[in-house]
Write a protein that binds this ligand. Structure first.
Ligand SMILES: NC(=O)c1ccc[n+]([C@@H]2O[C@H](COP(=O)([O-])OP(=O)(O)OC[C@H]3O[C@@H](n4cnc5c(N)ncnc54)[C@H](O)[C@@H]3O)[C@@H](O)[C@H]2O)c1
Length: 229
């Protein structure tokens, strides 16, 4: 994501997330930066959580709206520190976006080293469990609800037979992820009926709606119809 794309120009005249406070994990780049940028432009404040101590241009965002929290989401000792970091500055907490994630090169299961599986589960899955232990007791104590947005992949809810086939041919680029190439994008586009690849801005817009009070009972995939195929 470029500096221009991630920096909000101004706060919307009718902000959807006014007075909300969010923690966005992996907000230092990519989708997380897109989501955080949109949240800020809609009046939200909160924590940039990333294990990279120098997140991309987000540190120069609107003064007073964000604070950087440098920690590893896969480390259980990080989670008890998240709200004690957020609350003294922002005094409340409403929205958790579990976005930080890693991928491994697309390969059939039997060719993926066990340490890669462990790494993906540790960073992508275990934090969902850790986060519940952090945010649910807080919201319960306050007697209010909150919003948890969990980012995943369209690969998660359905078998990816074509991915497996692709992985069997090492000369073919894997889909977006560790290696993002024009060839990989062209392959991914074949599977997306709407014919566009998701961007951090599109994710930010979608996440903003889902985090707003307007979407209280909604769950949905933003995937250009991919999950319908
Ligand atoms: N890029 C894709 O093609 C794609 C497709 C489907 C789903 N996703 C999911 O979207 C999410 C974001 O992906 P992205 O493409 O923006 O990736 P990215 O690599 O651009 O950004 C991920 C961010 O998370 C941070 N991060 C990684 N591990 C961390 C950890 N242990 N603790 C704290 N921060 C950590 C990184 O420093 C980085 O800033 C991930 O959950 C990913 O699985 C991505």
């Amino acid at each position: 994501m470029s500096a221009n794309e991630s920096a909000p120009n101004s706060i919307s005249s009718n902000p959807r997330l006014e007075d909300k406070v969010s923690i966005v994990t992996g907000a230092g780049s990519g989708s997380g930066a897109g989501i955080l940028s949109k949240f800020l432009s809609e009046g939200c404040r909160g924590l940039i959580w990333d294990h990279n101590p120098n997140p991309v241009p987000l540190s120069s965002l609107l003064a007073g709206q964000v604070q950087i929290f440098t920690a590893d989401v896969s480390d259980p000792s990080s989670w008890p520190l998240a709200l004690p970091t957020c609350l003294p500055t922002f005094d409340k907490f409403d929205i958790l976006t579990n976005n930080a994630g890693v991928v491994h090169v697309a390969n059939p299961n039997e060719d993926v080293p066990e340490e890669e599986v462990d790494r993906v589960l540790r960073v992508n899955v275990k934090p969902l469990y850790f986060s519940a232990g952090t945010v649910v007791p807080y919201w319960s104590r306050k007697g209010e609800g909150g919003v948890v947005l969990n980012l995943s992949s369209t690969s998660a809810p359905r078998p990816r037979l074509r991915l497996a086939t692709r992985g069997l041919a090492p000369e073919v680029a894997p889909v977006l992820g560790d290696v993002d190439t024009p060839e990989g994008r062209a392959i991914a586009l074949v599977e997306i009926p709407i014919g566009r690849i998701c961007t951090p801005k599109i994710l930010g817009d979608a996440a903003c709606f889902l985090a707003s009070d307007e979407a209280a009972l909604l769950t949905v995939n933003f995937d250009g119809g991919r999950s319908l195929m």
